[in-house]
Write a new protein. Structure first.
Length: 195
């Protein structure tokens, strides 16, 4: 026969254990969200574009920076270009740019440092093909930088040192506490039976 009040005590412990398990589950679900990340790819060259050398093409590959099209997602991307006039006395320069077939025109004088928004749909494979076509003037292409902002998926980076997340430790602690309470209750029941 149980003493008065012991049932209520066990009920409190069961409710507390249930709340701790629920909190642990919520914390693990919170920890499973993707982490924000920026993928960056640099391209450097020194090419003169003029009436005899009108076109230059190259590619940016963010897969080299760890982008995984199967698990990572992209939210936005920008391409920064550096173009330099070969002479300050020959007027303005105009270049036609094509990003995976999407054309745009950019004009500058002396120094062209343009930043262009790239559709994330053009980066689904992690590669952006760029074509520069001289429209007027003589200028140098000095290089470009592609930056894509997104979320890192569930891929584990083997180069990173991983420590257990707090939610994992909380769930482990809740489980061990539950096992301890269950074992204590079992011993208490055995003592009562033997008495």
């Amino acid at each position: 026969m149980r003493k008065p009040g012991t049932t209520f005590g066990w009920l409190k412990i069961k409710i507390l254990f249930s709340v701790l398990c629920l909190l642990g589950t919520l914390l693990i679900a919170e920890g499973a969200k993707a982490a924000p990340i920026t993928f960056t790819d640099f391209y450097a060259d020194w090419v003169l574009l003029n009436s005899t050398n009108k076109t230059y093409s190259y590619s940016h590959t963010i897969s080299d920076d760890g982008f995984n099209s199967g698990s990572d997602t992209l939210n936005s991307a920008t391409l920064s270009l550096v173009l330099i006039d070969d002479s300050i006395f020959d007027g303005s320069e105009v270049v036609q740019l094509s990003f995976d077939g999407t054309p745009t025109t950019f004009g500058f004088n002396i120094l062209g440092s343009g930043q262009f928004d790239i559709s994330v749909g053009q980066l689904t494979d992690g590669i952006l093909n760029v074509v520069l076509t001289q429209q007027s003037g003589d200028f140098y292409f000095g290089g470009s930088t592609l930056q894509a902002q997104g979320d890192r998926g569930s891929v584990i980076d083997p180069s990173a040192v991983h420590a257990p997340e707090p939610s994992t430790l909380l769930l482990l602690g809740a489980g061990l506490t539950g096992l301890g309470l269950w074992g204590g209750r079992k011993r208490l029941v055995q003592r009562r039976r033997s008495s």
